[in-house]
Ligand binder design. Structure first.
Ligand code: NAP
Ligand code: ZN
Ligand code: ZN
Length: 347
């Protein structure tokens, strides 16, 4: 067993605190990764606080992991000691169901092994995430990390990057389209950068007037403050595609109303309480309301390579792990520019 240090939530109401635990010795197909940086996703907060009502404690959150390979198993072919490596939201799946075979492992029909707040394939051993100094992962669930981007800026791509890239690709977002991004946080700022890089005309919908200048620097062409619903009226029926990244319950209809004929709104934000959608919000203009969950391994690698080629990565605030509880509070307030990333040297 490998003695491992991390930070864990012991219960929904307690702050994260130092936690020691064991990881398995790397098997023949595993890589041992010494973690350099781990992003702080709002999903970490939802789960640490049991907002999705499926939490397992103690919980070591963290699924935006970048590190250096410290050791490889005998059969590993894709990685060698010293390589940069990444781990996202899951570390194993059944590999045989139709979704796994099609490279959409995140929708595994048998058992998706989440990076944390899950169990290994034995359905007993808890998984622990990236707020820790090392992790052991099968090489097939490990991503290659481009070396031309700073690793701390790459870490958030492992969740925020792929979660926004995947629906933008699936719905063929590109030049000639008006695209809205709702919420300028970790996911939202990646949605803006990626949609702009694909050639779309991007509008940010935000509750925070103070983010306007940043939004434009990130690539947005327009910025709309949503606190006053009147600001949205002139935009009714104008948008081809809207990506909703908001982490708290909010009115979806004010955004659905902005979709043009056959337009699509995709929910990636996962608030704890449901929203109401009257049929007429969708019937009008043949609108579509869809959802999207992260992305498979193949598409995550495609996204990393895409970002490396175009020099796209996350805007981050690097923190020592001792500031994690404060970072959670600031994230909830929308006060992060635009992703907290933990420097694991501080652990
Ligand atoms: P985040 O950094 O906290 O960003 C969320 C943004 O939503 C905030 O910056 C804020 O933007 C806006 N917002 C927050 N509270 C709001 C409210 N009450 N009303 C209106 N807007 C509000 O969070 P994140 O890490 O990007 O994650 C966003 C959501 O996506 C979370 O629910 C997370 O669990 C979920 N998620 C889903 C997937 C998936 O696979 N579908 C993957 C990762 C995360 P403004 O200041 O601009 O208003
Ligand atoms: Zn996440
Ligand atoms: Zn499967």
């Amino acid at each position: 067993m490998l003695k491992t240090r991390g930070y864990a939530a012991e219960a929904a109401t307690t702050p994260l605190a130092p936690f020691d635990f064991d990881r398995r010795e790397p098997g023949a197909h595993d890589v041992l990764i010494e973690i350099l940086y781990c992003g702080v996703c709002h999903s970490d907060i939802h789960q640490a606080r049991n907002e999705w009502e499926n939490s397992i404690y103690p919980m070591v959150p963290g699924h935006e992991i970048v590190g250096r390979v410290a050791r490889v198993g005998a059969e590993v072919t894709r990685f060698k000691e010293g390589d940069l490596a990444g781990v996202g939201c899951f570390v194993e799946s059944c590999r045989t169901c139709e979704n796994c075979k099609e490279g959409e492992e995140q929708h595994c029909l048998t058992h998706l092994v989440a990076t944390y707040n899950g169990t290994e394939r034995d359905e007993q051993t808890p998984t622990y995430g990236g707020y820790s100094n090392q992790i052991v992962v099968d090489e097939n669930y490990t991503l290659k990390i481009p070396s031309n981007l700073p690793p701390e800026n790459v870490a958030p791509l492992l969740c925020a990057g792929i979660t926004t890239y995947s629906p933008l690709r699936r719905f063929n977002v590109g030049a000639g389209q008006r695209v809205g991004v709702v919420g300028l946080g970790g996911l939202g700022h990646m949605g803006v950068k990626l949609a702009a890089s694909m050639g779309a005309e991007v509008t940010v919908f935000s509750t925070s007037q103070s983010k306007e200048e940043d939004a434009r620097r990130l690539g947005a062409h327009h910025f709309v403050v949503t606190k006053d619903p009147q600001n949205l009226e002139p935009l009714a029926g104008k948008f081809h595609f809207i990506l909703d990244t908001v982490s708290a319950t909010h009115d979806l209809n004010m955004y659905l109303n902005l979709l043009r004929r056959d337009g699509t709104m995709v929910l990636v934000g996962a608030p704890e309480k449901p929203s109401e959608v009257p049929a007429f919000s969708l019937i009008t203009n043949n609108r579509k309301l869809a959802g999207s969950m992260i992305g498979g391994i193949r598409e995550t690698q495609e996204m990393l390579d895409y970002c490396a080629e175009r020099n796209v990565s996350s805007d981050v605030e690097v923190i020592p792990i001792q500031q994690i509880n404060e970072a959670y509070e600031r994230t909830i307030k929308g006060d992060v520019r635009y992703r907290f990333v933990i420097d694991m040297k501080s652990l």
